[in-house]
Write a protein that binds this ligand. Structure first.
Ligand code: SF4
Length: 499
């Protein structure tokens, strides 16, 4: 089988050779490579950004064919000095390049290269290095293919941009010339490109465990289980904040299951020891005093509260910048007094417009005082409320009061006041609820996670939706968000029962 190495495959190889090989050669393992809703959303956003950035190049023509046909079409468009070519394609020596934009520079008679990224910064971090690598890969291949290249540019979103009325593309996008950085990268890159070709084109599957056997869970990709079949789903890689040296030690002794760990011998911290013991004894570790003091600090009426929000790369409404969240929904369960009846209030914005004012007004109608319980407070407090207050200063005083009353229920679990083997070392509400709330689960829901909820809302307020579909999505969203806040109540109730 022969493959052409694209810039995406090459980046993938740089991140992890084995994963890149498996994705190229083992499409039968597709199930294990499936993208999350969040990753799909990012890809979609990337396509939208690229398509809008094309408007910066009037007279541009897209190469819509593939493979050798695309190369022929590209050469034809270059011969007629087309002002800009989208998806210009070149194949050389086992590599394939498809440019976002290749623009003819009438002053120099050369072709300038533009790479569009849906990110909103040029900071000198890993991402920026990746962008330069992407462009350097293209320049290296195109130069060898004989393309008369001029300057290289990166087009990214301007994070300072705030939409006011119509989109202003010249302000939304920042264009940086990166020729020098790209030239500096090429010498170190070309040997790696050769190595990638050699590794990725081999027919035999790389044998044995992969490198992440020695890395904690958050570093693992979707093929970890395939490459490390002897490691259980919940393993030493999940031990909270485990140091690399301790993890290496355990792996070198081939200790994978928590059941086989001796916390003392491996000098685990108290919290790590508790986590291991909870798994070994299949019995929860509960710090009742800490939980009691948390519960005692709550002020009735209690509000169990959650937002759903959508963050488009291209700001949809005035007052928003790239990737700023649109709060389209909230759910609130209210407990007026200990042992009282639980009330439910909800809000869902069903039109294509900014919901901020309606959200603020509805909340002020409902909320008069008392604790506001959330799960992972940064999102509700900072990402949503602070930004609504900035957009609508007339509501700033309310959100200050609302935020001051906020209490993060997740902290009970992140602080390990309650450890249960069923949580498998995680603290997301989706992991905690099925363990502490018998009969409650997200599994059967049509919408079962936040990324899916925001994509569905965007579809619901889009132009092509039918009334029936709209109604169905609205119902699904209400069920999902309602379960999030009911879940918090169920967990709160469980904690009160325990102490
Ligand atoms: S789990 Fe890590 S080392 Fe293993 S294939 Fe994935 S990224 Fe590579």
């Amino acid at each position: 089988m022969s493959f052409l190495i694209s810039k995406t495959t090459f980046q993938h190889f740089l991140h992890c050779p084995k994963d890149a090989w498996l994705k190229l050669h083992r499409p039968d393992l597709k199930e294990q490579f499936s993208f999350s809703e969040f990753e799909l959303h990012l890809m979609e956003q990337g396509n939208e950004v690229e398509s809008l950035a094309r408007d910066l190049f009037p007279g541009g023509i897209e190469v819509s064919t593939r493979g050798e046909h695309a190369v022929e079409d590209t050469l034809r468009l270059m011969a007629s000095k087309t002002p800009a070519i989208f998806q210009a394609t070149f194949i050389h020596d086992g590599y394939i390049v498809r440019n976002d934009m290749l623009a003819y520079n009438t002053d120099t008679g050369l072709w300038d290269l533009y790479e569009v990224k849906g990110t909103n910064s040029m900071k000198l971090d890993q991402k920026e290095r990746d962008h330069i690598t992407d462009i350097a890969f293209q320049v290296s291949v195109m130069r060898r293919a004989g393309v008369p290249l001029g300057k290289a540019h990166l087009i990214h979103l301007n994070k300072e941009y705030v939409r006011q009325g119509d989109l202003v593309l010249s302000e939304l996008f920042a264009i940086e010339e990166v020729t020098e950085a790209v030239e500096g990268r090429i010498p170190e890159l070309e040997p790696k490109m050769e190595a990638a070709k050699e590794y990725l084109l081999r027919e035999t599957e790389p044998a044995g465990n992969c490198d992440c056997l020695y890395a904690t869970r958050r570093n693992h990709c979707s093929t970890f289980a395939y490459s490390n079949a002897e490691v259980p789903e919940y393993s030493v890689h999940d031990i909270s904040r485990i140091h690399k040296t301790k993890l290496t030690n355990l792996i070198e002794q081939r200790i994978y299951a928590l059941e086989d760990v001796d916390p003392e011998a491996h000098k685990l911290s108290e919290k790590q020891t508790n986590q291991v013991h909870a798994q070994q004894r299949k019995f929860p570790v509960i710090e009742t005093e800490e939980i009691r003091s948390f519960l005692d600090s709550l002020v009735f009426p209690l509000h169990f509260f959650d937002y759903e929000a959508y963050a488009p790369a291209i700001p949809a409404f005035s007052g928003y910048g790239p990737y700023k969240f649109i709060p389209f929904q909230f759910s609130m369960h209210i407990l007026d007094a200990p042992g009282g009846e639980l009330r439910h209030v909800e809000f869902l914005h069903e039109e294509f417009s900014d919901p901020s004012d309606a959200v603020a007004r509805k909340l002020q109608e409902i909320y008069t005082g008392g604790s506001v319980m959330v799960w992972h407070e940064t999102f509700e407090k900072t990402i949503i409320n602070v930004n609504i207050a900035k957009r609508l200063p007339q509501h700033a005083a309310f959100f200050e009061r609302f935020n001051a009353a906020m209490v993060d229920l997740e902290k009970i679990f992140t602080s390990q006041h309650y450890i249960h083997h069923g949580f498998k070392g995680r603290t997301s509400i989706k992991k905690i609820l099925p363990v502490l709330g018998e009969g409650f689960s997200y599994e059967q829901l049509a919408i079962s996670e936040g990324g899916q909820a925001s994509n569905e809302w965007w579809r619901m307020v889009g132009p092509t939706i039918t009334p029936e579909e709209k109604q169905q999505i609205a119902e699904n969203l209400k069920t999902y968000c309602g379960l999030d806040t009911e879940a918090m109540y169920v967990i709160y109730k469980h904690l009160t029962d325990v102490v």
